[in-house]
Every structure is written in C-alpha cells, then in structure tokens.
Write a protein that binds this ligand. Structure first.
Ligand code: SF4
Ligand code: SF4
Length: 399
C-alpha cells in the first residue's frame, strides 16, 4: 500500500518501521477471517485490515477521534492476523506505533485514565497485587457468588528443589503468577530437577507486558531494565536458558531486543535475554518423560502468545500426548479466549463473549480437564468454566 507519512516522522525509527509495515500490506483481507473482534462485530474497522488503514490515516495526519481510538483499543493484540497474513505484515509493531500516536492526540476521559493508571500501579507489583487479592479473599464470603468466581482461592506453592546440578536454567516468576498460581513454576522446577537440570527462580516483578499493553513506554522500559538487571548476574555466570511459564511473558521477553534496540546501555543485554528466552515446552520436549497420565481426557487451550508470538503451535499438545493424555480436538482453537492482559478488565463485554465461545468449543469433546499455558488465560477461563482449568505443567505431575 502507498504511504504519505510526514517527512519529519519518516526521520524517526518508528516512522521508518511504520512505513515499511504499511507498504508490506496488500489489503487482501485474509487476516479479517482470523480476527476475533471482526468475527464478533463484523465491522471492517474492528478487523486488522481496517485498523491498518486507520493507523495509516492517523500517521499521515488525518483527523482522529475517540471512535478511532476505540477501534484500536478493541484489538486484543492476539496476533492471529499476523499468522494468517500471507505478506508477513508485522501488525503488532504497527499497532504499538499507532496506539502511541493516538494517545498523544486523543485524550482519554478522567475515569479511563485513572483506571489505566491503577492497573499499571497494582498489577505489575507482586506485593500490591498480593495485598489486593488477600483483601478480596477476606471479603469473598460476603460477595455474591457471581463475583466470588473472579477471586481465586489461595493455592500451595509446592516444594522447590535445591540447586544441585551443573546444568542450570532460570525461571522468571513474573508479577501475578507467584500470587495466583505459585505451584506452576515449582512443578517445572521439580520436573527439571528429576532430569538433571537445576532451576533458579528470579523474582523481578513484571516483565513489562502490562505497561506495554497499556501504551506506557517509559514504565515498560523501566520494568524491562529491572528484569534484565535481576537476570544479568546469572546470565554472566553461564545459565543455559531463561524460562517463563506464562506464554504472555515469554512473548514479551522475545520483544526485548526490539523494544530496547536504541538504548545505548541496554540494547546488547536485551538482545541476550531474547536469545536465551525459552518456553517450557522447548525444554521439556527434549526430556525422556515417562507416560503416566493413563488416557485422561484433556482439551488444550493454546494461548495466542504461544501460537502467534512464540510460534509453538501443537508442541504442548504433542508432549501431553506423549505422556499419556488423550488430547481432544478443539474447534476454533485459533480464536482468542478474551483474556489478553488487561483486556478482560478494559473490554469486559467482548472478553466475556470470547470466553463463552471458547468454553463452548472446549467442552465439545467432553474433557475431564482443560489445560492452558498462560496465567491470564487460566484465570480468565477458570472464572467461568464448569471444568477445572490448569496449567499444562501441573498436569505433568498427575498420575
Ligand atoms: S492479510 Fe496481511 S496483507 Fe492482507 S490485508 Fe491483512 S495484513 Fe494486509
Ligand atoms: S491482533 Fe487479534 S484482535 Fe487485533 S487485529 Fe489482529 S487478529 Fe484482530
């Protein structure tokens, strides 16, 4: 597609990147069929091709309104459009540029600004999020049952084995997962320990994904740098990999190289973190794990981060199959469940519609359990599911 971006903007790295991405789009519309919001709303402006046009217009200086911003806000950043696109359009990078630009030109309402600020203040801090959850749990019995479902009960953290092997990997804990499901990382640590690999936990708070989704660049960079600083001594001591058990955090770590590419002090370190980052499945599929699950029926909800950002489609299902689970087919498996970071709070109506649709598809083959690979999807689905939802790593300890 032809572009007419302002000369001044074209001098910036964002301008050059946006121009290249816009030019790679041939407006064929193949992406629309893969898009959850286009599927639900049927409006071209709520699909990837329409959003690309709107971003092109706003970057070229056309007038924009709160309505334009709302079409961009409704995007889940699930990146299903990227997977579907035959021209390799890097939609998510363009959306980041478009959202940052429209944020400068269309002020949000005061309640919206306060809500977004509160989310950026609470969620990335394990301590603050933990306190809020503790308070909610204390009030839980007084609340209607429909609200209680959104307050998960406390879970055991499990035993973390001592560091005793020469092979070592880091497990980055992230922000909300240590509070909501502390047992996921220790399950992985025990599994690795049984196969001669010691896992070292790293608690550095948010990886930056929350503020990145909320278009807060300064805070995103600060979180990334804090994470890199926490990881760096172990990286220098020669660890093999950095593992994140939340697919969303894994996708974020993969973007560190790109996000800090112009930072004189951190660009090389960020690139090293991106190089070392692994999803658990990339480690586990190489281990000789015994089959112990004895045909239990599981439906796997593949998070968008795993499929579209990390490009690991089908890999977890293959491991589950290998260890004895009966992995059931899931219709519309590529459609986002609606969690998408803070989306389930900021766009609750659409998020709930997507969740209902996802759960119906997951129930179809009558699973005993639903598995997933991202804390956001797990919590979002569990709040409404009639069947327990667990991280697939927890399933590996079942017999
Ligand atoms: S599929 Fe790719 S090339 Fe076609 S309209 Fe969508 S983004 Fe553009
Ligand atoms: S990222 Fe997901 S929601 Fe956004 S335009 Fe692409 S497919 Fe649609």
């Amino acid at each position: 597609m032809q572009t007419w971006l302002p000369a001044e903007f074209m001098q910036t790295s964002e301008g050059k990147a946006a121009d290249a991405i816009l030019r790679s789009c041939v407006h064929c519309g193949f992406c629309n069929a893969a898009c959850p919001t286009y599927t639900l709303l049927g409006n071209e402006l709520d699909g990837p091709r329409g959003r690309i046009y709107q971003i092109k217009g706003l970057l070229e200086g056309s007038p924009v309104t709160a309505q334009t911003q709302s079409h961009l806000d409704r995007c889940l950043t699930c990146r299903a459009c990227e997977t579907a696109c035959p021209s390799g359009v890097q939609y998510a990078k363009l959306l980041d540029i478009g959202r940052a630009e429209i944020a400068k030109r269309v002020p949000r309402s005061v309640p919206q600004r306060l809500l977004r600020r509160a989310l950026r203040w609470i969620i990335p801090s394990t301590r603050r999020f933990g306190l809020m959850l503790m308070l909610a749990r204390a009030l839980r019995p007084l609340l209607p049952s429909a609200v209680q479902r959104y307050i998960p009960l406390a879970k055991p953290s499990g035993v973390w084995p001592q560091v005793r092997h020469s092979r070592r990997m880091l497990i980055l804990a992230g922000c909300v997962q240590p509070v909501l499901e502390p047992g996921i990382d220790s399950s992985l640590a025990r599994l690795l320990d049984r196969h001669g690999i010691s896992a070292v936990p790293v608690y550095a708070g948010c990886c930056g994904a929350v503020s990145h989704h909320l278009t807060a660049a300064e805070q995103t960079h600060a979180h990334i740098k804090t994470t890199i600083d926490a990881l760096w001594p172990s990286i220098e001591s020669g660890i093999e990999a950095i593992i994140t058990t939340a697919g969303g955090c894994g996708a974020m770590l993969r973007d560190y190289r790109h996000i800090l590419r112009e930072d004189a002090e951190y660009s090389a370190k960020a690139a090293r973190v991106t190089e070392l980052c692994r999803d658990p499945v990339q480690i586990i599929e190489a281990l000789p794990i015994d089959a112990a699950a004895k045909g239990r029926r599981v439906a796997f909800q593949a998070p968008c981060s795993l499929v579209n950002a990390l490009k690991l489609e089908g890999r977890v299902e293959a491991v589950l199959q290998r260890v004895g689970f009966d992995v059931l087919p899931v219709q519309e498996s590529a459609l986002c469940c609606g969690s998408a970071g803070t989306y389930s709070i900021l766009q609750a109506g659409l998020a709930n519609e997507l969740r209902e649709r996802k759960l119906k598809n997951l129930y179809l083959a009558e699973p005993e359990i639903i598995a997933t690979a991202n804390i956001g999807c797990l919590t979002h689905l569990n709040a409404a599911s009639q069947i327990p939802v667990a991280h697939w790593l927890s399933l590996l300890e079942m017999d």
